[in-house]
Structure formats: structure tokens, C-alpha cells
Design a binder for this molecule. Sequence first.
Ligand SMILES: C[S@@+](CC[C@H](N)C(=O)[O-])C[C@H]1O[C@@H](n2cnc3c(N)ncnc32)[C@H](O)[C@@H]1O
Length: 214
Amino acid sequence: MTNSLDNLRVENDGLVCGEVGRWAETKHRLISLYDELFATGMKNKWEQRVYIDLYGGSGHSQIRGTEIRIKGSPVLALTLPCPFDKYIFCEESEPLRSALKIRGERIAPHADITYIPGSCDDKIEEILRAIPRASASNRVLSLCLVDPFDFGIKFETIRKLSSGFVDFLVLLAVGMDANRNYDHYVDGDHPKIDQALGNKDWRERWKNFSGGRK
Ligand SMILES: C[S@@+](CC[C@H](N)C(=O)[O-])C[C@H]1O[C@@H](n2cnc3c(N)ncnc32)[C@H](O)[C@@H]1O
């Protein structure tokens, strides 16, 4: 049996792409597997399945220090055996978003894709408007990938998206951010984690849990 896991790597198509570490290959395989299970498993259960990528990237990523390029999460979702009915890609960087749009048009010219420029936190109302309206005869289920570089996600954005039926796949590769900024976040009053978790009382609970250890 062949599926989307067999073809993670791509040729250099001349367009801009971000850089990732070696570990990203495993991460992207897991994302692809989850996308495929979701899109295929829900196909006959809901009238419309929507894929939302809040931190879309450019569609391809290059593994640092190599010439290897792999599919990014939006391209993985567009090339599934049972594609989604609708795609919403948000990306803050204009060059990355432009490259993603060209790639999307090349690989899935008939896919229904809405590209949202800017920060997903600032553009959440636009993202919500792009989700097809649900009704009793048009039930809509979304899969939302949340894949920021750091603790940048704001819980309020997730909360607003949860007004409909949404399954979230949240990847927080935050070790570097957390280790570098531990004192700043835990002992300081930096609001980043407050915003990510949607509350301010996490510091006390974290200190009790960790016993003051980093
Ligand atoms: C870890 S990468 C995501 C990669 C993508 N999931 C993939 O598989 O290729 C994070 C991306 O989010 C973008 N970004 C950062 N902050 C953002 C925000 N607030 N809203 C939308 N995009 C953002 C960055 O420009 C970067 O391309």
C-alpha cells in the first residue's frame, strides 16, 4: 500500500523555503499520518472537512546543512489520498506566503484554498469567516494545526476557533525558548506564557510542581 508517508521529500523547485532541523522529517511524517487518518476516517461522517494551518510556512522546508527538502504541513495536507474539502492557510511572512500560494496552485490547482496574510492571532475573525457555514444538512469538521516556532501561540486564538467543531493538533517545540527564557518567564512578568495558556496563575502551580528546579 502506498500513502502520503512514502513521498515526504521534494525536489528544489526554486522557490523560497524555511530551514528546519533533522528532527523535522519525523515531525512531518507524524503530521502527515495524523492528517491522513483524520481526512480518510471522517470523509463519510461529515459533509465538509476543513484543514486550517495557523502557522503555514512556505510549503517546503530545507533540512539545515543539507540539500534535502521536505514537504511542509500545508503541502502534506494538500497531497493526501482523500484531500480535505477546504483549506485555510495563515502565514505572517509575505515571501513565505507567496511561495506557499504558488506551490498550492501547482500541486492542487482545483483545491479550495483561502490564504490569510498576517498573524493568526490578529486575523482570527478572518480565519473564522473562511470556515464554511455549518447547518444540520452541512456539518463541518475542521482539523487545525498549530505549529509555532516558540511559545508564540495565544490561547485566546484557540478558544475563538473552538466555537465550531475543531480538532486541534498543537506542536509546541518550545524547549529552546523555555530554557533560554526560563527566568524571564517564571520569575519575571513577561506575558508570553500567560497568553499561551490563557491564565496568569500558572507560575505558582509550576513552582509547586517543579520544586523550584529548572
Ligand atoms: C514552525 S514554522 C511552521 C512550519 C509549517 N507548519 C511547516 O510544516 O512547514 C512557523 C511559521 O509560522 C510563521 N509565523 C510566526 N508567527 C506567526 C503568526 N503569529 N501567525 C501566522 N504565522 C506565523 C513563521 O513565519 C513560520 O513560517
